[in-house]
Design a protein around this ligand. Structure first.
Ligand code: KIV
Length: 271
């Protein structure tokens, strides 16, 4: 596999080839996913939940993100590394630029921010400074205390329209990618068609350009109840067919199923 860049993802969108993204928080998992052909590694602030044992991503700091980004970037191979700007670390253009610079210098190749239209000037400033950004819309976990829980977003027409308009404005401002979490599949399809930039989905149906999952969820390592959009790839046909059920087989099954359109199925999406 050649090094994955933004041009690779744009080409994939044009040709209709789905791209894959998984989270990783350390060099071992970075090597695991890149060696199985995952296109993008997300150093997600979900590390607050899965590495630190927090109940939300709110306590995660820029120092935490830099530490994990550095470790992932050591063994990311050809995969692109995208890192989350954590809670309240991008409240204005200068703060976003300062903290994005830290993430890029720790090894990120793109930063991810949660929000909608209010991010337009921030995204534009980052772009001017050579920092590509991914805007995460829909269920934005850093705002869990405002949203009142982890709930599907955009079911009412006003919210759906606001998300569509914000997506178009963010593309114009220079966003490199969009990420939609827990939005109705029909809305995700509309947004994906409305913009030229690649759109990644999680709980957003099968019609986005790429898919992302938290690695511990899809390897069935997360205790307790899983969100509806998660599939256990340790028991997926691809992993078991080889008779091994190894984590390598689990990640390979995920890559295969996203590429051939088997995952996500309708049961993983929302109406
Ligand atoms: O932090 C994270 O892992 C994420 C994914 C859930 C998309 O933002």
């Amino acid at each position: 596999m050649a090094k994955v860049t933004l041009s690779t993802l744009l080409e994939m969108k044009k040709s209709g080839e789905k791209f894959t993204c998984l989270t990783a928080y350390d060099s071992t998992h970075a090597h695991l996913v890149s060696s199985q052909g995952v296109d993008v590694i997300l150093v997600g602030d979900s590390l607050g939940n899965v590495c630190q044992g927090q109940t939300s991503t709110v306590p995660v700091t820029v120092d935490d993100m830099c530490y994990h980004t550095r470790n992932v970037s050591m063994k990311a191979g050809d995969a692109m590394v995208m890192s989350d700007l954590p809670f309240a670390s991008y409240t204005n253009e200068q703060q976003a630029l300062t903290n994005s610079t830290r993430l890029m210098q720790a090894g990120a190749e793109m930063v991810k921010l949660e929000g909608e239209a209010w991010l337009v000037p921030i995204v534009s400033r980052l772009r001017e400074q050579g920092i590509p950004s991914c805007v995460h819309l829909g269920l934005t976990p850093q705002s869990v205390h405002v949203l009142g829980g982890y709930k599907v977003q955009g079911r009412d027409q006003a919210r759906a329209n606001a998300m569509i308009e914000a997506s178009i404005a963010l593309e114009k401002a220079g966003a490199a990618i969009l990420l939609l979490e827990c939005v109705p599949s029909a809305l995700a399809r509309e947004i994906t068609r409305a913009v030229q930039i690649p759109v990644i989905g999680i709980g957003a149906g099968a019609d986005t350009d790429g898919q992302v999952l938290v690695i511990y969820d899809m390897l069935d390592m997360t205790p307790g109840r899983k969100p509806k959009f998660v599939k256990n790839f340790m028991t997926a046909a691809g992993a078991m067919a080889a008779g091994q059920g190894s984590v390598q087989q689990g990640v390979a099954a995920y890559v295969k199923e996203v590429k051939d359109g088997t995952f996500p199925g309708p049961e993983h999406g929302f109406e």
